[in-house]
Design a binder for this molecule. Structure first.
Ligand SMILES: [Fe+2]
Ligand SMILES: [Fe+2]
Length: 568
């Protein structure tokens, strides 16, 4: 088995030309000496400098050596700027640019819908969206802004880090497997391969191990256009069309204030597998006013073309229904740093007095929705805590009787996956939730479904929030099926009402100001490494929950202003 040594990694990192590196770490440029074929070897790594020798020449006393330093055996990797790795595709049906695609909408301020779409850089000079109440006559238009960004493909770090950290080296076969996406960037139903579909062999691994100097290792985003449609009337259907795209999409502007029944789709940890597709398709079928997505969207994980393929996958739902989200760890880790997420999925943070795009609030129909960031400080001195406190003190129960909070990492979770990860944030915020009578707390992160009884500080009590984990949207990491009771005598908590390690999505229908019906539906199971799309009778291998065989969960969430002053 070929091994990728640290030396080869360092060699690969010196990407732009033949560099000679002297013992005292000064870089000397020399094309004349040893070539890759003549036996130069790299022998040591000292204080960041690469010391290399050329046969016995290197053993001679310093005074006897040639004055020129040696060139490295390193050969610059093949430039792969034209490879699909660094290219975005804005629209899978685009045969001849200019095209736009990845169209999606989310709520802005009152009466506003924010349209985001992507195009080739040169295609749209000043982004424009035409819209109107009639599909035949798009009589209004709005202009917007354009943004692009560049980022280094993160897989470099995944290859290097184990070596630097003293861990075992990664084989080229393992690296190739890591860099390939052929097992999941593929729609089995239609046979269509997502733009991020790649098969990498061992030979290509080393060719691709450049770093920031290599344009082929950089991702340049498409032009991302953001256009805010204003003055929209609640409950009215609008049709719109973006620049350079022949398609028209329609959406219904969600109702504002107390309109019942009010239907909301819920999902988390989506990814872009056939199950993800299925979850979005089911959500679209619900015809909800909007969808709340509890983070972990594309699973790009630093391989940024996946944000484009996610945008294409999400378009059928997200161009027609506003999807409102909070960020997950997959928007943050692997050098993501929220950059792609914030560029593409703007939430109404400024309108709600937040100084961070990753936590926001908005009155939506009869709900006041608060989205939090599990990966920002939440202590009493933090921006997030103080913004939340102010927001909860100010919202109007008369206008929005239902208070819904969403975040990524769950406070209450009895799955062994990610158990206790939100303990610090829970300590910071749970009292605030209870004091202000939060009705429902949505989360994801744990790739399974769980609903609690109303619970506060681990005790069930009627005036506390119901916690719902819906991280079962269908991403490539599979379903988490191992539940408490676990090792060391940990018991199944009494607050856990229903749990299952499968894939699914949910619907929250607010019937009036006191009752809401919540329905979770399974859409697939994960059986011995394969997805089973028979939701009526499938089960996930090893799921030790007592609800493992139930295909749905229906419950009522009751808000009692009389019994619970905190909810009045
Ligand atoms: Fe997560
Ligand atoms: Fe996740």
């Amino acid at each position: 088995m070929t091994r990728l040594s640290l030396s080869s990694a360092i060699l690969a990192a010196l990407a732009t030309c033949n560099w000679a590196i002297s013992e005292d770490a000064r870089l000397l440029h020399d094309d004349s000496e040893c070539s890759a074929e003549d036996g130069c070897t790299l022998v040591a790594l000292q204080r960041g400098a690469v010391k290399r020798t050329h046969d016995e020449e290197a053993e001679k006393p310093r005074s006897d050596r040639p004055t020129k330093s040696f060139t490295s055996s390193y050969r610059r990797p093949k430039m792969i700027a034209d490879s699909p790795a660094s290219k975005f595709i804005v629209n899978k049906d685009c045969e001849k640019p200019p095209c736009s695609g990845q169209v999606h909408i989310q709520l802005g301020g009152p009466g506003e819908m924010v349209v985001v779409f992507a195009s080739q850089p040169e295609s749209v000079a000043e982004p424009l969206v035409r819209f109107g109440k009639s599909a035949e006559s798009l009589s209004s238009s709005a202009k917007g802004t354009t943004f692009t960004y560049s980022q280094l493909m993160y897989w470099n770090h995944q290859l290097f880090d184990p070596v630097i950290a003293g861990g075992r080296e990664m084989s080229t076969e393992e690296a190739a497997k890591l860099m390939s996406t052929d097992t999941w960037a593929y729609d089995k139903r239609t046979g269509w391969k997502y733009p991020s579909y790649r098969v990498i062999g061992p030979q290509q691994v080393e060719e691709r191990m450049g770093w920031y100097k290599n344009p082929g290792e950089r991702y340049d985003s498409p032009a991302i256009h953001t256009v805010v449609l204003t003055g929209l009337e609640p409950g009215v259907e609008y049709t719109y069309q973006v620049d350079n795209d022949g398609r028209k999409f329609s959406f219904k502007m969600p109702q504002e204030g107390q309109h019942y029944p009010y239907k909301v789709g819920l999902v988390g940890d989506i990814g872009q597998t056939p199950v993800s597709n299925s979850s979005f398709h089911l959500l679209q079928g619900l015809k909800p006013e909007l969808v709340l997505l509890t983070g972990d969207l594309s699973y790009a994980d630093g391989y940024y073309p996946r944000w484009d393929s996610y945008g294409i996958m999400a378009e059928p739902l997200n161009a027609r229904v506003p999807v409102m989200s909070c960020p997950g760890n997959h928007e943050y880790a692997s050098a993501e740093a929220f950059k792609s997420y914030n560029a593409r999925y703007p939430m109404p943070y400024a309108q709600s007095g937040s100084v961070d795009p990753n936590y926001w609030s908005r009155d939506i129909g009869p709900m006041h929705v608060v989205a939090l960031n599990s990966y920002a400080a939440s202590g009493p001195d933090s921006f997030q805590f103080n913004w939340l406190k102010k927001d909860l003190e100010a919202f109007n129960r008369k206008r929005t009787p239902w208070l819904v909070v969403m975040m990524h990492a769950p406070f209450y979770n009895s799955n062994l996956g990610h158990l206790g990860e939100a303990t610090v944030m829970m300590g910071d915020l749970e009292e605030l939730f209870f004091k202000h009578g939060v009705n429902v707390v949505l989360a994801g992160h744990v790739h399974s479904y769980e609903r609690t009884w109303p619970v506060y500080k681990n005790e069930t009590t009627v005036c506390a929030p119901v916690y719902i984990n819906i991280g079962d949207g269908g991403n490539r990491e599979g379903a988490y099926a191992k539940w408490l009771p676990g090792e060391h005598g940990a018991l199944e908590p009494t607050w856990s009402a229903f749990r299952q390690g499968a894939f699914g999505m949910a619907e929250l229908e607010l019937s009036n100001e006191t009752h809401a019906q919540f329905v979770w539906k399974r859409n697939a199971c994960f059986d011995n490494g394969e997805v089973d799309f028979h939701p009526e009778n499938c089960s996930t291998s090893g799921d030790n929950s007592k609800n493992a065989l139930k295909h749905d969960d229906i419950s009522w969430i009751v808000r009692s202003a009389e019994a619970c002053p905190n909810q009045a």
